[in-house]
Design a protein around this ligand. Structure first.
Ligand code: CP
Length: 319
């Protein structure tokens, strides 16, 4: 299969069946992991351990995405090539594009990549000639997060189709929201959004049939899944006084608290992709709510990223 077909730059390239196939493989890995501690089938060998290498390049901060890719690769027996940004030659002035080209010249079988907004890199990445997995590019897409979110909903609610997913917060600056709109809509979930007008995307960006809630309590009464989003302080223009004022008021109107969660159905679930700004989008006690599935999302992340790595470097057939 050509490298560009094994890349995952945006979920828009995936069909609903592709997503279902990934979920099946992730579920298989979960069962194997619980039984054997690793994801490959011992009867079929350690999946040519050492014959495939994956490079992880993160030019923006990450805890969950980076380490879960690493954990997934280890459990697949797939060696990882990675570097600390602060210890790389980027600090000597090497460009990110040159860094990527040099790492690709070392011959990894796939590249997992995160960077901030960069038109130059957006143009370079599809031309690298090896499969690339988007681990979060700018504000455009975070496909693996959306896939793990939908997988978590499937595991925790038993289905995605027909679920009513309320996405709360800084949707305008969120690549997680954009990818979630696509994946959840494809899988038949209903989508609602809620947040300050300033953080709302245009209606044209929302999937057809989406609901916009002015009041959080109203949205929570509608939802079966509530997904809080981080306020993306680093993507706000610092001179933007309106945005700062909105953030100051945010928790009062849109912060998810134990008291507010009374409006969410008892069997509903609460999610957040992390990292959380405590006291802003969630109160410190919201995570203690028994409906919180925030850490289950992290566990799902390892499984989904393992399934994607396996697909990308040809370790597993998804048909
Ligand atoms: N959700 C997410 O992308 O977290 P990290 O930035 O820690 O990877």
């Amino acid at each position: 299969m050509p490298a560009d077909q094994r890349s995952l730059l945006d979920t828009r390239a995936l069909t609903p069946q592709d997503i279902i196939d990934l979920f099946r493989l992730a579920e298989e890995f979960r069962e194997r992991g619980e039984r054997d501690g690793f994801y490959y089938d011992p009867a079929r060998g350690p999946l040519r351990e050492g014959s495939k290498v994956v490079a992880l390049l993160f030019f923006e901060a990450s805890t969950r995405t980076r380490l879960s890719f690493q954990a997934a690769a280890y459990r697949l027996g797939l060696p990882v090539l990675t570097m600390e940004f602060a210890g790389s030659s980027v600090v000597k002035g090497e460009s990110l594009a040159d860094t990527i080209l040099n790492v690709v010249a070392m011959g990894p079988d796939a590249l997992v990549l995160r960077y901030g907004a960069s038109a130059e890199l957006d143009e370079l990445v599809p031309r690298l000639g090896i499969p690339v997995i988007n681990a979060g590019f700018g504000t455009l897409a975070h496909p693996t997060q959306a896939l793990l979110d939908a997988f978590t909903i499937l595991r925790e609610r038993g289905r995605v189709e027909g679920e009513r997913v309320l996405i709360v917060g800084d949707i305008l600056h969120s690549r997680v929201a954009r990818s979630n709109f696509d994946v959840l809509h494809k899988l038949g979930a209903e989508i609602g959004v809620c947040g300050p007008e300033r953080f709302m995307p245009s209606l044209a960006e929302l999937p057809s049939g989406s609901r916009v809630f002015g009041e959080l309590d109203e949205g929570l009464r509608w939802a079966t899944v509530c997904m809080g989003l981080r306020i993306q302080f680093e993507r706000h223009r610092s001179q933007d006084a309106d945005a700062r004022r909105e953030v100051a008021d945010y928790h009062r109107s849109y912060g998810i608290t134990r008291a507010r969660l009374q409006s969410l159905a008892p069997e509903g679930i609460l999610m957040h992709p992390g990292p959380i700004n405590h006291g802003v989008e969630f109160s410190s006690d919201a995570l203690e709510d028994p409906r919180s599935r925030v850490l289950q999302q992290v566990a799902s992340g390892v499984l989904i990223r393992a399934a994607l790595l396996a697909r990308t470097v040809g370790m597993a057939k998804l048909d």
